[in-house]
Design a protein around this ligand. Structure first.
Ligand code: TYD
Length: 202
């Protein structure tokens, strides 16, 4: 099983991924956790280039292809070998991030992003994607030290959110929107229940 987590900036993804990691450990379920961009030595180097605030001249197509390159490397080195061994893989962001950020917010279009990524993800689509459904106004304020993507305008982040919403509508139920509650434990329960109902975890 392949599970991904998605959402706008500051929605509490990391906290919930840690909760899931703890739950899987407590219940004796073996899993591999990875993140995008990064997760491999080459991917982490690409991540530095993408997120470096000094890289103001980066073209949107370059950005899209760098995310895709990091993804190919992660799929090749980690995700596919693990899935072939029957392991559970949990990834912090994946293709839907590219569709929302580069496709919708940068304006490259969902079709362009899907095409660029088609080689990579053709045999490696998530079984379930948890989308933490908070709009940027509710979740995010850029702080000093923000990376290149976090520094983007409120308008950009609103487009990311709208992009995710559009993707949910066409995902045939793969993307499960979950509204984070103020009580992180309630959100935790909702996520675990959703994954269990779909047979992604026990
Ligand atoms: P990260 O610090 O991992 O953000 P977060 O904690 O919010 O997941 O940085 C990843 C950034 O890259 C984040 O702003 C989302 C963005 N991103 C894309 O624009 N396209 C992509 O395909 C991926 C995977 C991430």
């Amino acid at each position: 099983m392949f599970i991904t987590f998605e959402g706008c900036e500051g929605v509490g993804k990391s906290t919930q991924l840690n909760f899931l990691r703890d739950y899987l450990k407590e219940t004796g379920q073996d899993a591999i956790f990875v993140r995008e961009p990064g997760g491999t030595s080459i991917g982490e180097q690409i991540r530095k280039v993408i997120l470096n605030p000094a890289n103001t001249e980066m073209a949107s197509v370059t950005e899209s292809m760098l995310y895709a390159s990091s993804r190919v490397q992660l799929i090749d080195e980690v995700i596919l070998p693990a899935l072939r061994e029957g392991k559970l893989v949990v990834c912090d962001r994946y293709l839907d991030s590219s569709i929302a950020y580069q496709g919708y917010a940068r304006g490259l279009g969902a079709d362009f992003v899907k095409k660029v990524n088609s080689y990579a993800v053709e045999h490696c689509m998530p079984d379930v994607t948890i989308f933490l459904d908070l709009c940027p106004a509710e979740s995010f304020r850029a702080t000093p030290g923000a990376d290149r993507m976090e520094q983007e305008t409120r308008e950009f982040h609103n487009k990311v959110y709208a992009g995710y919403k559009a993707e949910i509508a066409t995902s045939n139920g793969r993307i499960v929107p979950i509204k984070p509650s103020f009580d992180k434990n309630i959100t935790r329960r909702l996520i675990i229940d959703a994954l269990r109902e779909r047979g992604a975890i026990k």
